[in-house]
Design a protein around this ligand. Structure first.
Ligand SMILES: NC(=O)c1ccc[n+]([C@@H]2O[C@H](COP(=O)([O-])OP(=O)(O)OC[C@H]3O[C@@H](n4cnc5c(N)ncnc54)[C@H](OP(=O)(O)O)[C@@H]3O)[C@@H](O)[C@H]2O)c1
Length: 345
């Protein structure tokens, strides 16, 4: 059988970690499926574009991207194309959307996925923008064309959330979701509690790679709102956008608030919640005080948790413990393996 051919849109942290995982498991995949996974296109604005049906030498492009910040001139298939042209022209079965999140409207990633479906290509997205802003439309487009569309990485990296519900909780109706979905806010609140100033925390967090260049994404709850929207759209057919989320960030929380909460036996956490009400879906991101004995109080540092309430299986929670890029890579990898499984049928 022919290899599964992939185009990678973006070659940043997530894509590079995924490329490494693909190399690590190359032989095992071939043994299990009798075919491999071949990357035939990569594009990233500052690194360049490569189109090579024979399969890109991942080891070389990783080394070049890391040492020089761009693909070397001697790379086979190096060319000049924009992202939409790559989607149209790449010799690939599937497109991996690994470009940055633009929280305001999910673009240009939504257009990338639309174009991929128009070209008859399956899609794996690590980018939550399209799931938060255009899930229904994209899902419908994929279904109409008989294409696969997977996005496990978008909420808790490789931790099974969508797969869990779809594959393991069959016939369960999800009635509520909640969780601490933005772990950066754990870090900020913990550092505040330790007596550090906001400016100092943000600077250190950026250096450690915890905090985005634009800290408002985390502090003002935009990232958390996009994640709870994605959960609600996929698990509860909510049909909402991040603009529908009642959102309060942690920007107004002071060290004094945290100290007073502790005196009452409480911890402050940025909680995401969504449930069905008589008036439709209610979604909220808000700092709340939880009991120190509550499971949520133990979700600290870069750990995150999602709880899913269902009619048949009650409430269950999944915790992702201190992830790094490997968990992100696994989310993308797992979705690509689902493509192989889907094509076997
Ligand atoms: N990092 C994580 O742990 C993590 C976890 C879950 C989900 N995600 C999601 O995964 C996606 C990628 O994250 P990342 O950490 O890899 O980001 P990143 O390191 O900033 O990399 C983004 C890549 O996309 C490229 N790019 C930017 N605009 C593009 C366009 N229009 N067309 C094609 N490529 C474009 C960038 O090009 P240059 O190389 O030229 O800058 C870069 O290579 C994001 O949506 C993120 O939210 C990431």
């Amino acid at each position: 059988m022919e290899d599964l051919k992939l185009a990678l849109l973006g070659f940043g942290n997530a894509a590079q970690a995924f490329a490494e995982m693909l190399m690590e498991k190359e032989e095992e995949i071939r043994q299990v499926y009798g075919r491999g996974v071949r990357v035939t296109a990569i594009t990233a604005p500052s690194k360049g574009t490569i189109l090579d049906s024979q399969g890109i030498d991942l080891k070389k492009v990783l080394a070049d991207a890391r040492s020089a910040g761009r693909f070397a001139e001697d790379t086979a298939g190096l060319c000049t194309r924009n992202t939409l042209q790559v989607i149209e022209q790449a010799d690939c079965d599937a497109v991996c959307e690994l470009t940055p999140l633009y929280i305001e409207d999910g673009q240009p990633a939504i257009d990338h996925i639309r174009r991929a479906f128009q070209c008859g290509k399956h899609v794996v997205s690590a980018n939550k923008g399209p799931i938060a802003w255009a899930y229904d439309e994209l899902k419908q487009e994929a279904e109409e064309k008989g294409l696969m569309f997977f996005y496990e990485t978008t909420v808790m990296d490789g931790t099974p959330v969508f797969n869990l519900v779809e594959k393991t909780l069959k016939f369960c109706r999800v009635t509520e979701v909640s969780g601490i979905l933005n772990s950066t806010t754990n870090y900020i609140l913990e550092e505040l509690a330790a007596g550090k100033e906001y400016g100092e925390i943000l600077e250190a967090g950026k250096k450690l790679g915890f905090i985005e260049a634009d800290p408002a994404m985390d502090i003002d709850g935009f990232d958390a709102a996009a994640k709870v929207t994605a959960l609600l759209n996929v698990l509860m057919n909510a049909g909402i956008t991040p603009a529908d989320v009642d959102r309060t960030g942690i920007g107004d929380i002071t060290a004094e608030d945290i100290r007073k909460a502790a005196e009452r036996g409480k911890v402050i956490k940025l909680l995401c919640e969504g449930r069905r009400t008589e008036n439709g879906i209610a979604a909220r991101v808000k700092p709340v005080e939880v009991d120190q004995s509550d499971m949520l109080a133990s979700i600290d540092s870069t750990t995150s948790v999602v709880s899913i309430t269902t009619d048949l299986m009650g409430k269950l929670s999944v915790i992702e413990h201190q992830p790094d890029l490997r968990q992100t890579a696994y989310g993308i990898f797992g979705d690509v393996i689902r493509l192989l499984d889907g094509q076997q049928r």
